[in-house]
Design a protein around this ligand. Structure first.
Ligand code: 13P
Ligand code: SF4
Length: 317
């Protein structure tokens, strides 16, 4: 006689368990556009870095599950110290944030006295605490444009975003030499081949891309701005120069349009952010169940990092 085997758990069971845990924990699930499709589909809110920070600051949930990378979850904790902030995989970092370490950044600041320090939100709390103002890719031009023209500006850690802001404003910035491993690997040759294959397509790009690639773009903006543009534009086809997770929302919102991701230098068509993609439905379920891994932050550091984030939220519209 064979013992009867239990049927394997179905994906639907897992979604129901996540739904139940979310209610029991009074949790909200926030997800960045670069998350796997399945995580985007289960999230309460999907957005770019600025929208996610705003949503974290305004939620009345007791638990925030941040499906994104560490600096994003840490920003939520800085804004909401009384809440439990969970990151499904604590190893989900960011090459850009890693490229800017606190001691080296302090030395860079010392070498640029009297500079107003603007840091892209893709950095650690220790870098935020050394900054006058935080920006995201969606408000960088607007915020830097508000700094008095006679004040020199230091911009960190993304040199590509900084260079683009510089061009938009016609204003020189002192740039920290960091970059994103995803956005610096797009192949110009593959982009040109895609343009030949789809001559009617618009090229839309995230400002973290190298300027060589940005020179081909018809539209440049944050992930949310790229999504909004792809919906409002009359164009029916788009070549998308950013992490391909965003294509999920583009295809859902505009099923009649076509969206083409750009391969990397090695010819792969998988420019997925290796950090973002560490999160999974299994880890999401587990972190809701265990209330771990949790973001912890020393209170003095949190307060120093909060001031420039709050300034950003006050100044950006
Ligand atoms: P967004 O500001 O568009 O969310 O970009 C975040 C990011 O990490 C891009 O690589
Ligand atoms: Fe960091 Fe680049 Fe990943 Fe964005 S895509 S989280 S900048 S490594």
């Amino acid at each position: 006689m064979f013992a009867s085997l239990a049927p394997p758990p179905s994906p639907r069971d897992q979604l129901e368990r996540i739904q139940q845990l979310r209610q029991e924990r009074r949790a909200v699930i926030l997800a960045h556009y670069y998350q796997d499709d399945a995580i985007q589909d289960v999230a309460d809110f999907i957005g770019d870095s600025l929208e996610l920070a705003r949503r974290a600051a305004s939620t009345d949930a007791e638990v925030i599950v941040f499906c994104g990378v560490h600096f994003m979850a840490e920003t939520a904790k800085i804004l909401c110290p009384e809440k439990t902030v969970l990151l499904p995989d604590l190893e989900a970092g960011c090459s850009l944030a890693d490229s800017c370490q606190p001691e080296a950044f302090a030395a860079f600041r010392a070498a640029h006295p009297n500079h107003y320090v603007v840091s892209y939100i893709n950095c650690s709390a220790a870098i935020k605490a050394q900054s006058d103002l935080i920006c995201t890719s969606s408000n960088a031009v607007q915020l830097v444009g508000q700094i008095p023209a006679d004040r020199p500006v230091l911009f960190a850690p993304d040199k590509n975003l900084g260079r683009w802001v510089q061009q938009q404003l016609g204003r020189e910035l002192s740039l920290w030499p960091g970059s994103c491993i995803v956005h610096e690997t797009f192949s110009e040759q593959a982009l040109l081949e895609l343009k030949l294959a789809h001559p009617e397509a618009e090229v839309i790009a995230h400002p973290e891309c190298e300027d060589l690639l940005l020179d081909h773009a018809d539209f440049i903006g944050s992930t949310s701005k790229l999504l909004a543009h792809s919906l409002s534009s009359k164009a029916q086809a788009f070549i998308v120069l950013t992490e391909p997770g965003i294509l999920h929302q583009m295809r859902k919102a505009a099923p009649g349009k076509s969206f083409h991701p750009v391969p990397g230098l090695d010819g792969c068509s998988c420019n997925a952010c290796p950090y973002m993609r560490l999160n999974s439905l299994d880890k999401l379920e587990s972190c809701l169940r265990e209330l771990a891994p949790e973001i912890q932050l020393e209170e003095g550091l949190r307060q120093r990092a909060l001031a420039p984030i709050q300034r950003m939220l006050d100044l950006s519209h």
